[in-house]
Every structure is written in structure tokens, then in C-alpha cells.
Design a binder for this molecule. Structure first.
Ligand code: NAP
Length: 288
């Protein structure tokens, strides 16, 4: 049986084994997928051990996505640009590193949530790993503008330098939260971890165009703190990031198995499970 794993620290709460098992059942693929806890100083040893057990591929989660980038012997274009790897495919002499987080976000927005990005004014909040993985796939959807705002402005400026050559016809601006005064956006994506801290971003309240779509990469049983703020600031269409989690997994599965699973049914099953949890158990995408 072909073996796959999620490698991270921690991994015990991960939903990835459940998601991949569901994909395998649907597509009648014979495989196993397990959560593999790597010691904080033992990521490469864990990967070596898993390859020795004939592992065919792995997902990588916090805190190892940058180490995974360094360990890969070949990188896809989107992983190279993201500077982080969440998917390994093992070949005889090669470790191919890919990044499926950003395409997972884009597929969730466009396909699951019917939120087109082409020709729209998109605001990306944050400049950490998740934001970095999203920039190239977002440009590929051809928004009319992409604005990145971050608490630490220098990190947003680093993204400007790294991705300027990918912008094509899209107007590309970066700055701090205060710079957004007077601007209006059709799609606002929160890639900061502020919701994890139950905090609020210091954003002007009038950044939402009529009918704007607001997305938080974090997810939980009800509105995340960011979505709750957006709702009170007048946003009508909102989503958390559970669909991104399922779609990044579906993209990895497709890479490994050559068959695309039906992510919608897995997502609705997870959504039902999550709805039965209390708000106090708000879960972070970090676990995946
Ligand atoms: P990260 O690399 O640690 O980056 C954190 C980002 O949040 C940085 O831009 C940071 O700004 C900002 N930030 C943190 N606390 C803040 C605060 N109090 N006020 C303003 N900005 C703050 O984390 P990440 O891996 O990018 O993850 C970001 C979020 O995405 C997390 O909530 C994670 O759960 C979620 N995520 C979801 C999925 C999914 O599949 N749904 C996948 C990946 C990530 P500075 O640069 O100023 O520090």
C-alpha cells in the first residue's frame, strides 16, 4: 500500500488523515496517510526515515515549511516563489517540493464560494508564510489590483520585491494598515494570525466595496474574530478558511495520485462536524 504522511509539530489534532482517507475512499485508491510528529530539531531525519519506509509523499506543516523548502531537491515554480513547501513527492533520487496552499485558497474562492477574482480589487492582509504562498496564485487569476498590507511594513515590501515580476497587468501595491484609508476592495483576504490572538486589525471600517467578499484563512465553528469584525463593518459575504484546508489537500492528492477527488463532499462533512463544536474550540489552520 502506498504510504503518505503529514509531518509537523504538533500534528495530533490534524484533520489531514481524515481528509485524505475520504479522498482515497472516493477515488478507490489504495493508500495510507498518517500524522507523523517530527522532533523540532529532527525534521530531515523524520523525512529520511519515512522515505526509508517507502513513503511516496508527504504534506509538511508548521513549523517545517521553510526547512522543507531547503530539503527539496527540485521545486515547482509556485514553491520557489512562495519560499515554502507544504507537499513533497518522493522519487528515487529526488524530493520534489511544491506549495498547494495558495492554489487551495484560490480554488476555494472561485469554485466553492463563487467569488471570481479576475478584474477585482483584492486586498491581502498579512505577509507571513500563508500570504507568501497566496501571492503567485492570486496574480494568476488576473485581479485588476492586488494590495498587500501588513503590520510590519518591511515584510510587505519584501513581498513587493519578490513578486513584482509576476504582477503582469495587475496593479501591485504594498503598505501598512493605515495606508488603506480611502481605498475600497472587492475581495479582502485575511492571512494574518490576528484571529488566533482574538485581536482586531487596525483597519479603516470603510474598505469594503458594496457586495465585497471577506475571507479569513483561519476557521472555526462560527465567525472568527476577523469575520465578526468584518460583519459589523458592513461586509455581507464572508467565509472562513476551512475550504482552503480541504482544497490544498485535494491539490496534493491530485499531484500524488493523478486523480482529482471531490472536495465539496469532504468539505461539507467537515463543516457539519465543526458546526457541532463549541466556539471555544476554534481551530487554527496552523494545525494542518
Ligand atoms: P505567520 O507566518 O506566522 O505570519 C503571521 C502574520 O500575521 C504576519 O503577517 C504577522 O504580521 C501577522 N500578525 C500576527 N499577529 C498580528 C497582530 N496582532 N496584528 C496584526 N498582524 C498580526 O503565519 P502564517 O503561517 O502565515 O498563518 C497565518 C494565518 O493563516 C493563521 O491564522 C493560520 O491559521 C492561517 N492558515 C490557514 C490555512 C488553511 O488551510 N486554512 C493554511 C495556512 C495558514 P507581522 O509580519 O507584522 O508579524
Amino acid at each position: 500500500m502506498d504510504r503518505y504522511a503529514l509531518i509537523g509539530h504538533p500534528v495530533e489534532h490534524s484533520k489531514s488523515p481524515h481528509i485524505h482517507a475520504a479522498f482515497a475512499r472516493q477515488t478507490r485508491q489504495e493508500l495510507s496517510y498518517r500524522a507523523l510528529l517530527a522532533p523540532l530539531d529532527g525534521f530531515s531525519d523524520t523525512v529520511r526515515m519515512f522515505r526509508a519506509e517507502h513513503g511516496r509523499g508527504a504534506n509538511i506543516t508548521v513549523p517545517f515549511k521553510i526547512e522543507a523548502y531547503a530539503l527539496a531537491t527540485r521545486l515547482t515554480e509556485r514553491a520557489r516563489l512562495a519560499g515554502a513547501v507544504n507537499t513533497f513527492t518522493f522519487e528515487d533520487d529526488a524530493i520534489i517540493g511544491d506549495n498547494t496552499d495558495g492554489i487551495g485558497l484560490v480554488r476555494d474562492l472561485i469554485i466553492n464560494l463563487a467569488c471570481p477574482l479576475a478584474g477585482r480589487r483584492v486586498l491581502l492582509l498579512g505577509a507571513g508564510g500563508a500570504a507568501r504562498g497566496a501571492v503567485f496564485p492570486l496574480f494568476q487569476t488576473k485581479p485588476v489590483s492586488l494590495t498587500i498590507a501588513n503590520r510590519t511594513i518591511e515584510r510587505a515590501q519584501e513581498l513587493r520585491t519578490a513578486f513584482a515580476s509576476c504582477a503582469g497587468q495587475t496593479a501591485f501595491t504594498v503598505g501598512g494598515f493605515g495606508d488603506l484609508k480611502g481605498w475600497e476592495f472587492d475581495v479582502v483576504i485575511n492571512a494574518t494570525s490576528v484571529s488566533l490572538e482574538n485581536g482586531v486589525l487596525p483597519l479603516p471600517g470603510n474598505i469594503f466595496a458594496p457586495d465585497a467578499f471577506v475571507y479569513d484563512m483561519m476557521y472555526g465553528a462560527g465567525d472568527t474574530p476577523f469575520l465578526a469584525w468584518a460583519r459589523t463593518a458592513g461586509a455581507a459575504r464572508l467565509s472562513d478558511g476551512l475550504g482552503m484546508l480541504v482544497e490544498q489537500a485535494a491539490e496534493s492528492f491530485t499531484l500524488w495520485r493523478g486523480v482529482r477527488p471531490n472536495s465539496a463532499s469532504v468539505l461539507s462533512g467537515l463543516r457539519r462536524k465543526l458546526a457541532s463544536k463549541s466556539k471555544a474550540e476554534l481551530i487554527s489552520g496552523r494545525e494542518f
